[in-house]
Design a protein around this ligand. Sequence first.
Ligand SMILES: [Zn+2]
Length: 602
Amino acid sequence: MSQEIDAIKSRLNIVDLIGEYVRLQKAGNSWKACCPFHNEKTPSFTVSEDKQFWHCFGCGKGGDVFTFLMEIEGLTFREALENLAQRTGVELPKYQSSGENYAPDKKNKLLEILELATLFYEKQLWEGMGKNKALNYLRERGLKDETIKEFRLGYAPEGWRNILNFLAGKGFNLKDILNSGLIIQKEPNIWEAGNFYDRFRGRIMFPILNPAGKAVGYSARVEPGGDESQAKYINTPETEIYHKGNILYGIDKAKMEAKNKDWILLVEGNMDVIAAHQAGIKNTVAVSGTALTSEQLSIIKRYTSNIRMFFDMDEAGQKAAVRSAQIAFDKELNVAIVAAENAKDAADMVKENQEEFLAAVNQAAPAMEYFIGSFLKNRNRNNIEDKKKIINELAGLVNSFANKMEREFWIKKIAEKLEVSENILFDEFNKREYVVVPRNEIGNIELGNASRSGSALDKIKNIQVQIMGALISDDNFWREGIEKYKNEIEKYFDNEGIVNILISQGGQAGFNFEKLLESLENPEQRKFLRELYFKNCEADEDFSSGQDKWLALEQYFSELKRQIAKKKSVEIIEKIKQAENSGDKEAVKKLSAELMEINNIR
Ligand SMILES: [Zn+2]
């Protein structure tokens, strides 16, 4: 294989490959960019054209063309190899001759299933049951046939076993098809075809393609005249290759254009992406089935730092615009807002008046200017109540800027506009603590420090984290631990983030740590858990036998109860003192009884 690897490397310039994902700038003998793998403001990601390798001095990652593609697309080595072989026209020897031993890895199989399914749905749209109603609907919405083909739209016919039979006929087993998210299993653990049915029925299918252009899932719209009582759109559930938190609809077609133009348009829905694309704005993406996440912005940041947002003008749309801008400020992206009065959504606007749409996108206003203007609308800046309201509405935005200079700049602007002194505004905004992405409490717990400071609260947190660490470090132990201690966790853990992760999110991930990590949208949480995991794996060597683990867990829980009781008794003693001071004998009596009860537990 090394021959082929060398052949690929000799035909491919690493700067071209990485340049497809990252804005590289020439710096002396090498190229530099902000690292796509960690968050940074000054570029420490370096590519050597001479040596054909890359390295990031910030996060320490690095390697050759293969490792880069593996990292950025989340591929296995074999997948990266096949991808680059195809691109460079290098022929690879067939895997392990006989073929029997070669089981294509899971991800590849899923991609294969989804590719076939996409072809099936396309065929149904153009030649099958979708060619009347569904196709007409798309044309009526203003889409040209070539656009429909470019986005590979399709149609999932009515009926319970269309895609199931089609894929089974291609030789895939039920488990693989189930893993693709295309079918639903009625009863768990029964592996007969009759126990399964198609997830998407009577729906227009929008394949969701990853940056490499491969289908990883679907967003499916109920067909016109179909059962509108059902959800208008349903999406593929989380699978091995589909994570809704990092999906951007249209990214495969938008990425190069976004890099070249150095801005990207974010719209609300799939139809908006397609319409904008058809109108010539190919650098358009949408989130699919989720609110904008910080992960999605990280993907955008690989290509550009300038984002224009087109949200509906109704209240929900404008709220989403504020929230999205906040996350983007936190990521140090430059945000502009497209104001499209009178328009329902981008798709309708393109259909009704393309020129107006293009003009609106071109005239997108810096987000803060836009929001200040829109909050001032219909209000009187000389009225103190109105002033307070506006400041309240702006606080979240102002406090989201990761860049303090930018924050200061806008506070000065607002002071000017509202005729309030800057100092007072600084005070007002500083008063309001604001966290951009709703972070679960868990992100705030620091690892390892708690044990050294002595307060009961710290001790309680510390034990909770230790219990969590012990559980997540071993899938089976975790599953059994929850079975045994679920009630205790719900009762004695005051940290909702931890309880959620241990019980419900853990359960959804089948108590598999890697799956759990993949399912978490908050990178802080993922980082916290990874560190906790590694710390615990080191500690694990101390008590390798299963029995010791259970014993340790038992001790953690009794210590946890003891600490909680201790904290409570301190609180009660404090109350007793107060009651004594105020001469409330009745209360003193009651509290003393409570105290005794708690001490008995201890
Ligand atoms: Zn880095």
